[in-house]
Design a protein around this ligand. Structure first.
Ligand SMILES: [Zn+2]
Length: 69
């Protein structure tokens, strides 16, 4: 199974919290002159990862392999 990576899009650049669907996320600040080097983060057991550069918070929206009736 390939590793899925959620990358911040320019539309998400101004959001303080970004919902992601994969545990592996990549942030470059949204790209452009306001961006920062592309950095990868892994969402931890609490379902949250925070970017060291832009303090953007990544929240795991739909954990895979888990179904609720
Ligand atoms: Zn960032």
């Amino acid at each position: 199974m390939a590793n899925e990576v959620s990358v911040v899009t320019p539309e998400q650049r101004d959001l303080a919290v970004v919902e992601v669907s994969s545990r592996l996320v990549a942030c470059n600040g949204g790209g452009g002159v306001l961006g920062h080097p592309l950095t990868y983060y892994e969402v931890g057991p609490e379902g949250v990862a925070v970017c060291n550069y832009c303090d953007k918070k990544f929240v795991l929206a739909h954990p895979t392999g888990e179904a609720h009736g």
